[in-house]
Design a protein around this ligand. Structure first.
Ligand code: HEC
Length: 499
């Protein structure tokens, strides 16, 4: 139908006459980039942008059902999970999209750093990027609070206690953050506003600025050892390079971005399908002290660092370290804006990146299993293994029940199940004599509570009798060294093994 086509062109022209966007868009799409920037190393920035679009879209859909009120938030998530068709999938996509976005942004930053792409004239692009990282983390944190479950509640508690340590304005900061002195309705309203209006608004604006600068300044050329960035010559050299080897961004360079973005999308979908949405864990209840609140993956390392820090270092490390880290990132392009870009000529930079990556990785790993916190439900969910009860006297079995009921296994494991705060008890009788065990149980010590008041003498007897049967495999029972010394001095040649 020629008439229809004619109409279409007329409508297009009507808009184009008023908007005038065709030329700039076409220019942006087809602009020449140096051939060597068409590389799989250059795909992370565009993948982060695609993830941002995913987050905005899934976020809008979630906001249609989510109720930002302290009494209804948790229920509305349950409603999404169970009553809305594919609601769980939407939540899972938004949650996994968030984790992927943090990861991709971090990788993008590492790549930009190692390729020296923050150097002249792209200093400001990097600085805007640092703010984009902070906002991405801000979205991850505020988003986790919106779940308003136990993890969110205690995560907020920890966040607030960090804020309260700021000298002078700590109290005011907590008030600002929580919308009052305690975590309550206003807290959620505040985080909802941050997560849905304030941070995304700023984030989108800065992403626009970031992309504009990428277009304007050109994609960073592939670093070559010996090709030194100088403010006086760089721009001319870059243009020459583009003129000699330039290829249009679309399609010659962009197809790699498209394939990688598609792979990331498929990974998000796969994770969402396989692992489902995050939480909500239990309804927030300040009367239940959660001993192991788990933050989302982006903050696990902070959680691990805080747990391992000696208490007197907490306050300084919590403020000074982030300030220094952010300050260093912002200053980096200003102090190192010229010079070599290639990693082989920047050993300090490579080493620094490796140290940061390994440290973050290790602490994140530590954060996933928190060996310092007792598993508080160990006594209800894991029975004492049958092998430890087989062939035991009634008194000893009685002791096994005391061990279970007094919740010793919140801190001690038996048969691999239980807490890790204290040593495993499987072979305790090979290490301690009965007297030592009685002392340890009644008096406690070394981070173990004293059970003197909580056990009557018959319970203690039974408990310790049971413990003396826990000897591991083929280990001799522990003997009292002091007693043995006395014995051997009295009868010098009593036992050939002791000489
Ligand atoms: C709050 C955690 C906690 C609980 C609950 C607890 N313990 Fe302990 N327990 C520890 C810690 C920590 C140590 C290590 C003390 C040290 O290093 O001096 C320990 C040490 C011990 C030891 C000595 C182990 C060794 O190898 O040196 C015994 C025996 C023991 N506990 C028995 C018990 C019994 C029995 C109970 C229950 C009545 C119990 N514990 C409850 C934390 C706990």
């Amino acid at each position: 139908m020629p008439g229809l086509k004619q109409r279409g062109i007329e409508i297009y022209n009507w808009f184009e006459q008023r908007l005038g966007l065709a030329t700039p868009i076409l220019e942006a799409v087809e602009h020449e980039v140096p051939e060597n920037t068409s590389s799989w190393w250059y795909v992370f920035g565009s993948a982060a942008t695609v993830l941002l679009v995913l987050q905005v879209m899934t976020g809008i859909l979630l906001a249609l059902v989510y109720t930002p009120s302290a009494s209804h938030a948790w229920n509305s998530l349950e409603f999404l999970d169970h009553n809305v068709k594919l609601g769980w999938f939407l939540r899972a996509m938004h949650g996994w999209g968030s984790d992927f976005m943090v990861a991709v942004v971090l990788i993008h930053m590492a790549q930009v750093f190692i390729f020296g792409a923050y150097k002249f004239p792209r200093e400001l692009t990097w600085i805007v990027g640092v703010f984009l990282l902070l906002m991405t983390l801000g979205m991850a944190f505020t988003g986790q609070v919106l779940r308003f479950d136990q993890d969110a509640y205690w995560g907020l508690g920890i966040g607030a206690s960090i804020a309260s340590r700021v000298p002078l304005i700590g109290g005011w900061l907590v008030d600002m953050m929580l919308g009052g002195p305690i975590i309550a309705g206003p807290t959620l309203t505040r985080f909802f506003a941050l997560h849905v209006f304030v941070i995304p608004g700023a984030l989108l604006a800065l992403v626009g600025l970031h992309l504009w600068m990428v277009l304007r300044l050109g994609i960073n050329d592939w670093p070559m050892p010996g090709r030194i960035v100088r403010k006086s010559t760089y721009v001319r050299e870059y243009h020459e390079l583009t003129k000699q080897t330039g290829i249009p961004f679309v399609p010659d360079a962009a197809w790699k971005d498209a394939i990688f973005a598609a792979a990331i999308m498929l990974s998000v979908i796969a994770c969402a399908l396989l692992f489902g949405p995050f939480g909500p864990t239990g309804q927030p209840d300040p009367t239940i002290i959660q001993t192991a609140p788990k933050p989302d993956f982006a903050f696990l390392w902070i959680y691990a660092v805080l747990a391992y820090l000696p208490p007197n270092l907490e306050t300084p490390v919590m403020f000074i370290a982030p300030m220094l880290a952010i300050g260093a990132m912002l200053l980096l392009p200003l102090v190192a804006g010229e010079g070599e870009k290639h990693w082989s000529r920047r050993p300090v930079a490579v080493l620094m990146l490796a140290v940061i990556a390994v440290t973050l990785g290790v602490f994140t790993r530590l954060g996933t299993y928190t060996p310092w916190s007792p598993i508080m439900d160990a006594w209800t969910s894991d029975a004492i293994p049958v092998t430890y009860l087989h062939d035991r006297t009634p008194l000893e079995r009685q002791g096994a029940i005391v061990l279970q009921n007094k919740q010793c296994r919140n801190c001690h494991s038996i048969g691999g199940a239980g807490g890790l705060r204290g040593p495993a008890l499987d072979a305790i009788a090979a290490r301690m004599t009965e007297d030592q065990m009685i002392r340890q149980v009644l008096q406690g010590g070394g981070n173990m509570p004293a059970y003197g008041n909580a056990l009557n003498p018959s319970e203690t007897t039974a408990l310790v009798r049971f413990l003396t049967t826990l000897r591991g495999r083929d280990l001799p029972p522990a003997t009292d060294a002091s007693r043995r010394l006395v014995l051997s001095s009295e009868t010098p040649a009593s036992s050939p093994r002791e000489r």
